[in-house]
Design a protein around this ligand. Structure first.
Ligand SMILES: NC(=O)c1ccc[n+]([C@@H]2O[C@H](COP(=O)([O-])OP(=O)(O)OC[C@H]3O[C@@H](n4cnc5c(N)ncnc54)[C@H](O)[C@@H]3O)[C@@H](O)[C@H]2O)c1
Length: 439
């Protein structure tokens, strides 16, 4: 169908790169996207309610370990900016929302950040803009929460304003894939919206995958994350079985992964972490209830995964017991506070729960993480702790070293040579070693 009116003008601006792109929410997702659109040749505006972030950007500083400050400085030179002033949204032709979608205290979706952001943008909307939601959420959010808000201002979606859902697939710390090279799924509220969406993303992202609706795009993202959560649950259960049988699950996974088809390796760990996998599946659980469906796989995986920290603590307890030591009064060093290797992100990290459980049992706990110098206050946990520097003597001083996150930066030879006991939750140490217990 031939594009006309606002749609045609907007597509032309996007294709000619005369459009201005506004990114709302400059966190782990928003900042790399702001850079990707700047790199692609657009003027970009970053909006955030957190003035510390926008000030960092304006000074050319990065607050995310894997985002180089030099890239931010280069974007600034190309005319990019960041601000807390929502009125700048009026200058943007595209508004891309990358705000948090957490769970509330009852483990239900908390869409406040999304709806507050949309409400704050409403006074600055004008005909001829495209609004794209990237935050992970349940199917229906774009149509049920964003569309009526936009229409309340008298705009017609598909004629004046073009509405999309296009899920983010950022994988922080992954050196193989960047925002640009990860294919981008995109669904529109109407066919005209989708046509605009394709024009928007194909300039900055190598491959755009159009789907028939925003709801399909929303569920696609949830399927990806639920697939991960369920498979991690399965491999965590396999780890417990293998442990009882005296088999090293990591050796089994390495062997199974040599099968060239039909097997995808997932790795067990001390529990789920990060902003996505422990949270997103429950967005679907909540929505499925409205359709009378109980999400059994999701609940079961959640049960297995959330029991992992307790299982690991039991392994620590047993390993100390063999050495005639009670947990109470033992000195334990937790290696790695970030939720996964080589990143500085501590959201929902299982290490915090491990520290809490060990402290409750009377252990004297420290942690070491080269990327997290100080324990940052979390929603559930607040410990006054600083990262311990690893040395022969500091390692040897602990009754137990609990390897929770396998950062490449750790000197694993040094650790195994000097630790009295290592409880390894990541399969770093292969083969039998007298001071290593797998968990
Ligand atoms: N981090 C990831 O790897 C990842 C991957 C895929 C999807 N996601 C999804 O992307 C979304 C964002 O995640 P993130 O990791 O970037 O979160 P984040 O917490 O790093 O960043 C969110 C930003 O939004 C800002 N913000 C909150 N309310 C705002 C408002 N009303 N107006 C403007 N800014 C506001 C916050 O200050 C913060 O800077 C979530 O839905 C998440 O599930 C994240």
């Amino acid at each position: 169908m031939q594009a006309t009116g606002h749609q045609a003008q907007l597509i032309e601006k996007l294709e000619e790169k005369t459009a201005t792109i506004g990114i709302v929410g400059m966190g782990y997702v928003g900042l790399p996207l702001w850079l990707a659109f700047s790199d692609a040749g657009y003027r970009v505006i970053g909006l955030d309610i957190d003035a510390k972030k926008t000030e960092h950007i304006e000074r050319g500083e990065s607050y995310i370990r894997h985002v180089p400050a030099a890239s931010i400085a280069q974007a600034l030179r190309a005319g990019a900016c960041a601000s807390t002033d929502y009125s700048l949204a009026n200058q943007a032709d595209a508004l891309i929302l990358c705000v948090p979608t957490p769970l509330n205290a009852h483990r239900e979706p908390d869409l406040r950040f999304v709806t507050d952001t949309m409400d704050a943008l409403l006074p600055h909307l004008r005909a001829g803009q495209v609004v794209s939601l990237e935050s992970t959420t349940y199917p229906g959010t774009t149509e049920e929460e964003l569309r009526p808000r936009i229409e309340s201002r008298g705009f017609s979606v598909g004629h004046d304003i073009f509405l999309l859902f296009s899920p983010e697939r950022e994988d922080p710390g992954n050196a193989r894939y960047s925002t640009r090279s990860i294919p981008k799924v995109c669904g529109g509220s109407t066919p005209a919206c989708l046509a605009v969406g394709i024009s928007l993303y194909r300039q900055a992202i190598a491959s755009v995958v159009p789907v028939s609706s925003t709801r399909v795009a929303e569920l696609t993202k949830l399927l990806e994350n639920i697939h991960r959560a369920v498979n991690i649950g399965l491999v965590n259960e396999m780890k417990i079985i293998a442990d009882r049988m005296g088999i090293d699950i990591h050796e089994v996974i390495r062997a199974a992964a040599t099968k060239p088809f039909g097997f995808v390796p997932y790795y067990p760990g001390p529990g789920l972490g990060g902003h996505c996998i422990p949270i997103d599946p429950f967005y679907l659980t909540w929505k499925a209830r409205a359709y009378g469906v109980h999400t059994r796989f999701i609940e079961l995986a959640g049960e297995v995964n959330s029991a992992m920290p307790h299982w690991v603590i039991q392994k620590v307890t047993d390993a100390l017991n063999v050495r005639a030591k009670p947990v109470h009064g033992s000195r334990v060093l937790v290696l790695g506070l970030a939720y996964k290797k080589n990143v500085d992100d501590v959201r929902e990290t299982p290490s915090a729960e491990l520290i809490q459980l060990l402290s409750e049992k009377g252990a004297i706990v420290d942690y070491s993480d080269p990327f997290v110098p100080t324990f940052v206050r979390m929603r559930k946990y607040a410990f006054a702790m600083n990262s311990v520097t690893l040395s022969e003597s500091s390692i040897a001083a602990y009754d137990c070293v609990l390897l929770a996150t396998d950062h490449d930066a750790f000197d694993y030879d040094l650790i195994v040579r000097h630790a009295q006991l290592i409880v390894d939750t990541r399969g770093v140490y292969q083969g039998a070693q007298a001071n290593v217990v797998r968990a």
